[in-house]
Design a binder for this molecule. Structure first.
Ligand code: DON
Length: 279
């Protein structure tokens, strides 16, 4: 399945059976799929096999984004894909009621299924929010962010969060309600959504749909959703010294804009099954 989806966008029939192009493509897809097999597959009775994430078409496209028609990739440079899409376990919703009261809520278990422990008889999962503390100076947590003394574990202390449920008020009037899941990418997703409206004149839906980029100091990397940055700009950024890495969807923003005429405009993220509804 993962292999078939990997090669689907290419004109294999036109290239011909066992032609150079066809075999090159198959080999490159197989290299990536076997790296995933080694890390992500095992007896599901013992190991959480993330079938949905592995067969997700945008995940597979991100795996193939490093495929070069003119060059074989060294297997040593291929690692298993990161399945953050499935392990990110947070929800955001934005609401404005008839009276103009606004609510922006982001709620989280942190990782996929939190600590994977259900309290007997209760039916709810315990979170694994301890991961948001810095376990050791300079040691990244599951979202790759690092910290030190300020966020070290201490009794009664609250761990640092990237959650950014946001209500923007302009001249005393409600302007926007916005937020998203996404671990460390929450901050940059909310940031870009706001800029998209304020500086790039996008509608709320356009601002939410627009491709996103993300960077967080360490890893020293400029992440992009596939094709978020065009080729010319990619080259210019690389020339400036950035290292660009493509990944699957960044964030799942849900937002509401109060337009100049007072009407509300919702933006629901097409990266998920999100919807915008009026009343
Ligand atoms: O509070 C935080 O920053 C993290 N616990 C949020 C985790 C998260 O957004 C995962 N979901 N996608």
């Amino acid at each position: 399945m993962q292999l078939l989806t990997s090669v689907e966008p290419y004109p294999i029939a036109a290239w011909g059976w066992n032609s150079t192009k066809t075999i090159h493509l198959m080999t490159e897809a197989e290299r990536r799929v076997y790296a995933d097999r080694a890390a992500h597959l095992g007896d599901p009775d013992f190991f959480n096999v993330q079938t949905e994430a592995l067969t997700d078409s945008s995940y597979i496209a991100s795996r193939m984004s490093t495929f070069d028609m003119n060059k074989a990739t060294a297997s040593t440079s291929i690692k298993e894909g990161s399945l953050t899409g499935e392990s990110e376990q947070t929800t955001h919703f934005s609401i404005i009621d008839k009276e103009g009261n606004a609510v922006s809520v982001t709620t989280t278990l942190n990782g996929s299924y939190g600590s994977k422990v259900i309290v007997d008889g209760s039916g709810f999962l315990l979170n694994n929010e301890m991961d948001d503390f810095s376990a050791k100076p300079g040691t990244p947590n599951m979202y790759g962010v690092i910290g030190g003394e300020a966020n070290k574990i201490l009794p009664h202390k609250r761990m640092l969060s990237s959650m950014t449920p946001t209500i923007i008020v302009q001249n005393g009037k409600l302007f926007m309600v916005v937020g998203t899941p996404g671990g460390s990418t929450i901050i940059t997703s909310v940031f870009q959504t706001i800029l998209n409206v304020l500086d790039h004149n996008m509608t709320m839906q356009e601002a939410v749909t627009a491709k996103r980029v993300h960077s967080q100091w360490f890893p020293d990397m400029l992440f992009q959703e596939i094709n978020a940055i065009n080729k010319t700009d990619s080259i210019a950024l690389i020339t400036l010294g950035h290292t660009i890495s493509s990944r699957g969807g960044i964030g799942r923003v849900d937002a509401i804009l109060v337009r100049k005429d007072g009407k509300l405009e919702g933006g629901a993220d097409p990266r998920g099954d999100d919807t915008a509804e009026g009343y």
